[in-house]
Design a protein around this ligand. Structure first.
Ligand code: AMP
Ligand code: MG
Length: 474
């Protein structure tokens, strides 16, 4: 039996979709981490993956039996400007596996050497971005957010040259697929309607099989993706997560979060918050993420319209985004406030809460935990007039204070991958000490539970620890 049970559907697509090539070997790979539960789910023996043989596969020094490595091509709008050809410039898809429930996953190596799509880049990744993506993507998964995942990570023993010499690393990333809005844009720009049709069928088969019977399949695909992205971005908003680089090549048709380059969780709440060093004009600020997702989906609609000339129906599907987003946001935000269902007037209560956090520059994450403690009325009002309104609203439902508190603590995390902690883990890793990464990674696996002795991980940064900028993974 093969060490990884591959079944590669993308490699069976037409040759215009990719370039087949193998990863470029590295000098002296060493294991950083193996995600045991994920390996098991994918039918991969975690002990094998952690063995020298498995480490060589993750490093790209050996191509495992059954893999059909390739770099896929795509295009995309980056900060609003169209780039007609991007593609996997520092990543190689090894192949796909199907889990016990019949769900298909890509296994991709990120940082595995140059490809025809690398242009100027070296196809490599420094250790820092690999540590960041491992921590944040696995934290997102533990928080219940659809996301690409980290299967394993290794250091390469080579140095990569950025502003300085940095240790190199490779991440084995798992995604339901890497099909992006930019993949559709690539074929649409080339007016290759046959490829668009093939890609539409493939995407529906893989992610929305119930839509294969739809009379208008391109429209059905758009509707399904609109719904999934509305739900995804609502979940980001509810956690104070800022993606940072919502280009159309970083938005997946499967609705998973991808690209953890300059992303960050907010500490103190601010609608206008931006971390990414390259986002000078706040295009991808926290408060703009839904509008940007909508804009990106309009670019997908442009492509799909080449297959079906019924613009009014496509416009209607796109127009539904805002309502779907707001409904998801309100429903889950009500849950975060301890409400058992949404009633008229709750949207105003939510707005008042966000305004209070904005005005007082409160920590987004801890404020919900503190509010949960306030469910028991002790006569004082930590959150002022809002708290009175909130308590009156709680009074309209049967739950007692203890129930409200436990409901709230079940959906409001205590531990998020705070920037300063991620930076601390990266600094230690670059200096050769993986223990900070390992402990943080463990803490983030139980984001809702109090973990005695590990309280420091829940704390916002002290002034000297504040991280004000994040950088792309390049
Ligand atoms: P990203 O910022 O990860 O969304 O990447 C945008 C594009 O730049 C993609 O086509 C990447 O493959 C490419 N790219 C990013 N970093 C590198 C690198 N170090 N070497 C080659 N290509 C890269
Ligand atoms: Mg990207």
């Amino acid at each position: 039996m093969n060490a990884i049970p591959f079944d590669n559907s993308y490699a069976r697509m037409p040759e215009t979709f990719y370039t087949k090539l193998s990863p470029t070997p590295v000098a002296a790979p060493e294991l950083i981490a193996v995600n045991r539960p994920l390996a098991q789910r994918l039918g991969i023996d975690a002990d094998w993956l952690a063995s020298p043989e498995g480490v060589h596969v993750v490093a790209g020094n050996a191509v495992p039996e059954g893999a059909e490595p390739l770099a896929s091509v795509y295009a995309g709008h980056q900060f609003g400007s169209y780039n007609p050809q991007l593609g996997d410039g520092r990543a190689i898809l090894l192949g796909e596996v199907v889990d016990g429930a019949g769900q298909r996953f890509d296994i991709q190596l990120k940082g595995s050497g140059p490809t025809p799509y690398s242009r100027g880049g070296d196809g490599r990744s420094p250790l820092g971005p690999v540590i960041r993506e491992y921590l944040v993507s696995e934290a997102m998964h533990a928080l219940g957010v659809p996301t690409t995942r980290a299967l394993a990570a290794v250091t390469t023993g080579d140095q990569v040259v950025r502003e300085q010499f940095l240790p190199g690393a490779v991440l084995a990333r798992v995604a339901s697929s890497h099909i992006r809005i930019g993949t559709f844009q690539y074929f649409a720009a080339n007016k290759n309607t046959q490829a668009l049709q093939t890609l539409t069928n493939h995407t529906l088969t893989r992610h929305y099989p119930e839509q294969l019977v739809a009379e208008n399949m391109p429209l059905a695909l758009l509707q399904a993706v609109v719904a999934r992205q509305a739900s995804l971005v609502a979940r980001w908003q509810l956690l104070g997560f800022i993606h940072g680089v919502m280009n159309t090549d970083n938005m997946l048709l499967c609705g998973e979060t991808i690209d953890y380059g300059p992303c960050a969780f907010m500490d103190e709440f601010d609608y206008r918050k931006v971390f990414s060093s390259i986002d000078q004009f706040g295009r991808y600020a926290y408060g703009r993420q839904a509008a940007i997702a909508h804009w990106n989906l309009a670019r997908l609609a442009d492509c799909l319209l080449l297959l079906d000339e019924r613009p009014s129906e496509f416009e209607q599907a796109l127009g539904g985004f805002q309502d779907l987003f707001e409904a998801q946001f309100l429903q889950r935000m009500a849950g975060k406030l301890g409400l058992q269902s949404v009633k008229e007037g709750d949207d105003a209560l939510v707005t008042a809460w966000l305004q209070l956090m904005q005005d007082r520059e409160l920590d987004f994450t801890l404020s919900f935990r503190l509010l949960a403690e306030r469910a028991e009325d002790d006569g004082s009002l930590v959150f002022g007039e809002f708290e009175q309104r909130w308590r009156r609203r709680l009074g309209q439902q049967p739950a007692d204070a203890a129930e409200v508190r436990s409901q709230m603590n079940g959906v409001n995390p205590l531990y998020i991958p705070r920037n300063h902690q991620v930076e601390r883990a990266i600094e230690a890793a670059v200096a050769g000490d993986m223990s900070v990464f390992e402990e943080l990674q463990r803490v983030l696996q139980q984001p809702f539970d109090e973990q005695p002795g590990l309280e420091a991980y829940a704390e916002p940064p002290r002034p000297a620890e504040r991280v004000t900028q994040t950088f792309c993974g390049t």
